[in-house]
Design a protein. Structure first.
Length: 489
């Protein structure tokens, strides 16, 4: 059991995130100030004394106090309530982090940062106080490693062209297809095996087309900057469904400068569906392998061969696609640095314009994690493979241009997108850096409206469950109409 008391309950979940940087624990119990149950317990206290904030934490095991940690900060002068709350949260998180780091005797590469968008934080700090100050804060305030600080700085620099191109009332469109030819064992998305849900798929597509058509009215006062069809696997749809989907998208949003379609599973790629995607105006596709080691593909349930990937990539290139992304995953079971190197070299021989390097993210209690528990890599090894991939890709002329983190990632690391010759994906930057509003259609989509002048973001989430989405599509449409209503031109 792991339990936590804090007299700043508004930050309870944030403190739990700090604990999970070091402890493999899903549930952390909330206890009272006088409770000391068996197991591991943290007791956190926050005190404002004159011009100083004091944040202290005590650590117990089975009722016995093991250690404590105390940190301080000056009370800021004449700050608004939102800034005060932000600075208080930063201090109490730092306290828990300091105690847990001393107990564990190790330092996570991203230090005390737990959010999914570290580059957004770096950019905001640089805008407020300058790049050098942002670097110092990353290293000293958040305990981020020199390597990750340098990576964040490099990505922010590489994003400048996209940042400068954002205009008032730009919007991006995301469309989700939650079906795959088969389900990868590590997958945590809502996707279903398409062979088992044919009737559900037909109903879903009818409702999705309805939502896309309704979106035409929602975005009439916006400029559509990018369209992204993801999943799942959009190319798992049959030809007639894919054709209707692309036609409906073109009708609703017209020609856009960037139009991405994920063709991520090589076993779903055909000349027919790629030609339809090309004819519909797509400017970018993803053809993904995850690894070029056949044994690993079999272990993770990919249901395609290495040769299938090579053939699908060649087909896309021969049909004229000049911006292709390929995903790889690091930390897969039974893979070491030599396997990563072989995958990197094999992928780069194909010269994709984008390579996205994912770190395996999987719940430790999942069936796949239990099945492969003896084959999963330790955090330091995965970290070294991430560094290996970064060095190799930069050496091949690729530049890191966006980054995000997820829960349950090996070593609390990151996913990074690399691009060659400036062939970045605008949607990825817009979404991860929260530069533009996003209209997200389909089950599980989360729409976001950016209010730049007020420095705030409002969201409207579609239900994740596919059956519920089918039943409640009208409600999902209404949520977005309300979110994007009354745009001021």
């Amino acid at each position: 059991m792991f339990a936590l008391y804090t007299d700043t309950p508004q930050f309870f979940s944030d403190l739990c995130d700090e604990v999970r940087l070091f402890e493999n624990v899903k549930r952390i119990e909330k206890v009272g100030v006088d409770e000391l149950p068996d197991g591991k317990v943290l007791r956190h206290f926050f005190l404002c004394s004159g011009s100083t904030w004091e944040s202290s934490c005590q650590y117990y095991e089975d009722g016995t106090k093991i250690t404590e940690y105390i940190d301080w900060a000056d009370v800021p002068e004449a700050k608004d309530a939102l800034t005060i709350k932000k600075l208080q949260k930063r201090l109490v998180k730092k306290t828990i982090y300091g105690l847990m780091k001393s107990l564990a005797g190790r330092r996570p590469p991203w230090g005390s940062l737990t959010g999914i968008r570290p580059t957004k934080l770096f950019r905001e700090l640089a805008q407020q106080s300058g790049v050098e100050t942002a670097q110092c804060m990353f290293r000293d305030e958040f305990d981020v490693s020199d390597e990750k600080t340098a990576l964040a700085k490099r990505i922010v620099e590489n994003q400048k062209m996209v940042m400068d191109s954002v205009a008032d009332h730009d919007i991006d469109i995301y469309i989700g297809i939650p079906f795959c030819a088969s389900r990868c064992k590590y997958c945590s998305f809502i996707s279903r095996d398409i062979g088992r849900v044919q009737s559900m798929k037909r109903d879903y597509m009818e409702k999705l087309l309805l939502e896309i058509s309704a979106a035409k009215e929602i975005v009439k006062d916006y400029t559509v900057r990018a369209v992204y069809i993801g999943g799942g696997t959009p190319t798992s749809l049959d030809a007639s469904e894919l054709k209707r989907l692309l036609y409906t998208i073109n009708t609703a949003f017209g020609e856009v400068e960037e139009f991405t379609v994920e063709a991520g599973r090589p076993d779903t790629v055909t000349t027919e569906n790629l030609q339809m995607i090309k004819d519909a105006g797509a400017t970018r596709i993803s053809v993904n392998t995850q690894t070029l080691k056949q044994h690993t593909l079999d272990l993770i349930g990919r249901k395609h061969s290495v040769q299938d990937f090579l053939d699908a990539f060649a087909l896309a290139r021969n049909l004229g696609f000049d911006n292709i992304n390929t995903d790889i995953i690091l930390g897969l079971p039974e893979e070491g640095p030599e396997d990563v190197q072989a995958t990197l070299e094999g992928v780069c021989e194909l010269a994709p314009e984008n390579v996205t390097v994912h770190t395996l993210a999987i719940k430790n209690s999942s069936e796949f994690a239990l099945e492969q528990k003896d084959s999963m890599k330790d955090a330091k090894l995965v970290e070294s493979m991430v560094e290996q991939a970064e060095a190799f890709l930069i050496g091949e002329g690729y530049e890191p241009y966006y980054l995000y983190r997820q829960k349950y990632m090996s070593g609390n690391l990151e996913n990074t997108g690399y691009a060659k010759n400036g062939a970045i994906c605008r949607y990825n930057i817009d979404n991860m850096e929260e530069l533009t509003s996003i209209l997200a259609l389909g089950a599980g989509g989360i729409s976001k409206r950016i209010f730049d002048s007020e420095k705030r973001i409002e969201r409207a989430a579609n239900v994740k469950d596919i059956e519920h989405y089918i039943q409640r599509t009208d409600e999902m449409i209404m949520r977005k109409k309300e979110l994007f209503a009354e745009i001021s031109l």
